[in-house]
Design a protein around this ligand. Structure first.
Ligand code: COS
Length: 380
C-alpha cells in the first residue's frame, strides 16, 4: 500500500522536525544526564500547541488525528525520546476526555491542554502491570465526592517536574471485576494526592516517571469520566492510540540511529578505506533500512485505520510490537557500527539504545501485544 502524506501532514512533520533539530538536539544529552526536562522545553511545547494537537478546534486545539500525532512524535523522538514520550503519553491521557468528557471537563482539561497543560495516565499498580484488570485503587462515592485510596507506580507525566492532571483507573464497584472500574480525573494539587518516588531509569531519563499515592483523596463526583464501570474500556481504547504513539517514538529513535550509522560509515576509515565499503556493514544498513521501512508502513496503517474511525486494536498492537523490537535491534546495530565510540556518552547512540529499550516494555509489553494480536486473529 502506498502512503501519501497530505500537505498539512507534511507541514506538521516539518514543524516538529524544526523544533526537534533547533530546540531538542542541542540539549537532549544534557537533559538525559540531569534526569530532568528543561522547563523551557515544556513551556515551548505548550506554547507551540503540541499538547493540544488532538484537541478539537473549539477548545483551542489543532483538531488533528493520530496520523499527525504520530508524525510529530516520530520527529521529536529522533532527537529526544523523553520529549516525544511526554507528548505521546499526554495525547493518550486526554483521549477519553475528548471522547467521553462532559462539556465542563472538556472546557477545563482540553482548553488547558491546548495551552500546554500536561496530563498523566495512571493505570499501572504494583500488582496490575500486564494484568491491567487487577487494579486495586478504590474510589468510593461519599456524597458529591469520590474518596480515592491506593497507589499507582511507573506513571509517566506526573512527577516532581511535570504534570497538571492525571486520569486514573480505580475500582468503584469491587463486585464487578473490570466492569466495576471507572476513570476519574485528578488535579495535581488535590489534597490527599501525593507524588511519591521519582524513578531512576535506564532510559528516557529526562521524563518524570513516578509513584502516585492516594490517601483519602477527595475529588468531585463531576470528575468521573464517562459512566461508572466503563473505565477499563476507556483505558483500553486510549491504549490503542498510545501504542501507535509509542511505535512512532520507536520509529523516530531508529530512523535517527540509521542516519547516524550511514554518516559514520562514510567518514570512519579502517583498513585503508571508509567503513561503507565493507559489505558486511552495508548489509547492516540494508537490514536496518528494511526494518525501519516496515515499521513505518505498519505505523501509518495503524494511524490511518484509527483516523478512519475503524477498530485499530490489532494493527496498533502489531505496529507497537514490531516497531519497539525493531528500535532495540536497530539502535543495537548502530551502536555496534560506532563500536567503542558508540559505547561512550560523547555520542548519542548509547542514550538512544537506552531510550529504545523501554518501548517493548511500556504501554503493554511485546508479550501482551502478541496476546492481543492472537486474540484478534482468532476472532476472525
Ligand atoms: N478497546 C476497547 N475495549 C477493549 C479493548 C480495546 N482495545 N481491549 C479490551 N477491551 C475490553 C473487552 O472488550 C472486554 O470488555 P467486555 O467484557 O465488556 O467485552 C474488557 O475490555 C476485557 O477484555 P479482556 O478480556 O481481553 O481483558 P484481559 O483482562 O484479558 O486483559 C489485556 C486484556 C491483556 C489486553 C490488558 O490487560 C492489557 O492491555 N494489559 C497491558 C496493560 C498495559 O498496557 N499496561 C501499561 C500501562 S501504560 S504504561
Amino acid at each position: 500500500m502506498a502512503f501519501q502524506l497530505t500537505k498539512t501532514q507534511k507541514m506538521v512533520q516539518a514543524l516538529a522536525k524544526e523544533f526537534a533539530d533547533k530546540e531538542l538536539a542541542p540539549i537532549a544529552a544534557e537533559m538525559d544526564k540531569n534526569e530532568r526536562m528543561e522547563p523551557a522545553i515544556l513551556e515551548k511545547l505548550g506554547k507551540m500547541g503540541f499538547m493540544g494537537i488532538g484537541v478539537p478546534k473549539e477548545y483551542g486545539g489543532a483538531g488533528f488525528g493520530m496520523m499527525e500525532k504520530s508524525l510529530m512524535v516520530t520527529e521529536l523522538a529522533r532527537q529526544c525520546a523523553s520529549t516525544a514520550e511526554v507528548m505521546s503519553v499526554h495525547t493518550m491521557a486526554i483521549t477519553g476526555i475528548i471522547k467521553y468528557g462532559t462539556p465542563e471537563q472538556k472546557e477545563k482539561y482540553l482548553t488547558g491542554s491546548a495551552k500546554g497543560w500536561i496530563a498523566g495516565f495512571a493505570l499501572t499498580e504494583p500488582n496490575a502491570g500486564s494484568d491491567a484488570a487487577n487494579v486495586q485503587t478504590t474510589a468510593v462515592l461519599d456524597g458529591d465526592e469520590y474518596v480515592i485510596n491506593g497507589s499507582k507506580c511507573f506513571i509517566s507525566n506526573m512527577g516532581p517536574n511535570e504534570g497538571d492532571f492525571v486520569t486514573i483507573l480505580a475500582v468503584t464497584d469491587p463486585t464487578r471485576g473490570y466492569h466495576g472500574m471507572s476513570t476519574i480525573i485528578v488535579d495535581r494539587n488535590t489534597p490527599g494526592f501525593i507524588i511519591g518516588k521519582r524513578e531512576e531509569k535506564m532510559g528516557i531519563r529526562a521524563a518524570d516517571v513516578s509513584e502516585l499515592i492516594f490517601e483519602n483523596c477527595r475529588v468531585p463526583k463531576t470528575n468521573l469520566l464517562g459512566k461508572e464501570g466503563k473505565g477499563f474500556k476507556i483505558f483500553m481504547e486510549a491504549l490503542d492510540g498510545g501504542r501507535i504513539g509509542m511505535a512512532s517514538q520507536a520509529l523516530g529513535i531508529a530512523e535517527e540511529a540509521l542516519k547516524l550509522s550511514k554518516d559514520y560509515l562514510k567518514v570512519r576509515v579502517q583498513f585503508g578505506k571508509p567503513l561503507e565499503k565493507q559489505q558486511g556493514l552495508q548489509w547492516y544498513i540494508a537490514d536496518m533500512a528494511t526494518k525501519v521501512s516496515a515499521a513505518r508502513a505498519l505505523i501509518y496503517e495503524a494511524a490511518m485505520t484509527m483516523d478512519r474511525g475503524e477498530n485499530c486494536t490489532e494493527i496498533a498492537a502489531i505496529a507497537k510490537y514490531y516497531a519497539s523490537e525493531m528500535a532495540v535491534e536497530v539502535t543495537n546495530k548502530a551502536l555496534q557500527i560506532y563500536s567503542g565510540y558508540g559505547y561512550m556518552r560523547d555520542y548519542p547512540l548509547e542514550r538512544m539504545y537506552r531510550d529504545a529499550r523501554i518501548v517493548p516494555i511500556y504501554e503493554g509489553t511485546s508479550e501482551i501485544q502478541k496476546n492481543i494480536i492472537a486474540r484478534e486473529e482468532l476472532k476472525k
